[in-house]
Design a protein around this ligand. Sequence first.
Ligand code: PDD
Length: 285
Amino acid sequence: MSRIAYVNGRYLSRREASVNIEDRGYQFADGVYELCEVRDGRLIDERRHVERLRRSLEELKIAWPLVPSALAVVMRETIRRNRVRNGIVYVQVTRGVARRDHAFPPAGTPSSLVVTARSLDPGGNERLAADGIAVITVPDDRWSRVDIKTIALLPNVLAKQAARSQGAREAWLVDREGRVTEGSSSNAWIVTADGKVVTRPADNGILRGITRSVLIDAIKAQGLVFEERAFTIAEAHTALEAFVTAASQIVMPVVRIDGRPVGSGKPGPVATALRRDFHKHAEWA
Ligand code: PDD
């Protein structure tokens, strides 16, 4: 089946789909994105993802490429044309096409919009979650506005590659005080020896993950103690459990950090139960 991408008003086969070389996304990484889970043909937490897109666009003063109701139609149509039942839909908005100049292009320059969707094998993710993943740690050398979901992801790319080259699936980024901020493409969590579920506060130092927000509801519903605070690498090494969250992975147990086993070295009961219950707390659209 040929895959279809939405590019600035047209649905094109992936072979034909392309953007202008003067697109500011290509020239300056001057754009933002969202990635939303598709499950049983439904969009998971669409409202929250679109709300975060609104915030990212506003923070960077990028105009909406379409009104949000039209974007909702394009997302669904892209999912439909690609026959995705379980997978992801990806939305990218850039400041549009203009002759290369760092300053913003003339007022009225239309933003660019690309929407793609692809199927993911739910079984593959489940197998990964059953085994758990390894993470490494690297210094967090990103800019100070990582709360905005921009497409400028070079430090994240380098961190992820460092993880892959060491046989791990994710890199945890560590601030100057030795505290974990988040993963290169996920939020980071631990379960302490006394059973508290801990993640860093959503200030400007992390992306406020949608999965993270929904999981806080699941944690409270399960009667677990939730603590929103930074934790150190040393604390993570002595944690009972660790896990990461992201729309494409939901709750993914972490079983090794820098080569050292976390807890029993197997996915723990807290992460496993939160993964099982996550979608009861998510919004299905
Ligand atoms: N990444 N932190 C970072 C740096 C991320 O890139 C992501 C998501 C998250 C989790 O956010 P959410 O729960 O809303 O997916 C946290 C996406 C999935 C990606 O870049 O592929």
